[in-house]
Design a protein around this ligand. Structure first.
Ligand code: C5J
Length: 230
């Protein structure tokens, strides 16, 4: 496939599909499912759940085009040795990371709530990056995997817009990746953070990246595949 263009803000996002990966951030049961840790803290999970259908459509099309997909999960070792004490006590909540939650121990690898929602479950060939922080590059092998696979650009989706998506886009930008964020595929529990989180990415000529929507990505993939079959 040749270079494709996606209408985006602040300007056209151009990418070569074989050098571009879809990176889906933290679409984990504890953040998105009713009865999970996110809802237990009083958050409205419907604000995140609206991203499931567009992510699924984008993932299906991206996989269908034979392109690369990676997933991340935020969480910690069962013995919590990679959990900074400051992160453990932050928020002064009665229940915190590592404690028993509604779907197993909160944000602990291997627990049901830590896993990715079934609607977007990774295929065996799709790397899953287990990250202890908010950014997907901190203390992980993500950069090495992307380099080995010749990836230069990232379509970043997932939750939450202002925390793990924003942190990852900033980290990726500093490592030389061009990131596009489809706004319907990222979500925040707080509508004002959704809006500002996206504005921060595309401000000042795209200081961290580009913002578009999944429909425009799907249209570009569709146009590319009809050009190759005619
Ligand atoms: C993510 C969080 N994934 N908000 N985590 O954004 O703590």
């Amino acid at each position: 496939m040749k270079t494709l263009g996606i209408e985006a803000e602040p300007y056209l996002y151009e990418f070569e599909p074989s050098h571009t990966a879809l990176l889906i951030i933290d679409m984990q049961r504890d953040f998105l499912e009713p009865g999970g840790f996110g809802e237990m803290l009083g958050n409205d999970v419907s604000q995140l759940r609206r991203t499931i259908a567009p992510n699924r459509k984008l993932l299906t099309a991206w996989r269908g085009a034979g392109l690369q997909v990676l997933h991340t999960r935020e969480g910690h070792r069962a013995d919590l040795t990679d959990l900074p004490p400051a992160k453990k006590i932050r928020g002064r909540s009665k229940t915190s990371i590592g404690d028993a939650g509604p779907m197993g121990r909160i944000l602990v690898r291997g627990e049901a709530g830590h896993d990715i929602i079934p609607e977007l479950y990774p295929l065996p060939a799709e790397p899953v990056i287990d990250k202890p922080g908010k950014g997907a590059f901190f203390a992980t092998d993500l950069h090495a995997i992307l380099q080995h696979r010749g990836i230069k650009k990232l379509i970043v989706t997932g939750v939450t817009t202002e925390v793990c998506v924003n942190t990852t886009v900033r980290e990726a930008n500093d490592r030389g990746y061009d990131c596009l964020v489809p706004e319907d595929c990222v979500g925040s529990y707080f509508p004002e953070f959704q809006e500002m989180g996206l504005k921060m990415i595309k401000a000042q000529g795209g200081i961290f990246g580009w913002v578009s929507d999944s429909g425009k990505i799907l249209a570009a993939l569709e146009a590319a595949s009809s050009n190759t079959t005619t």
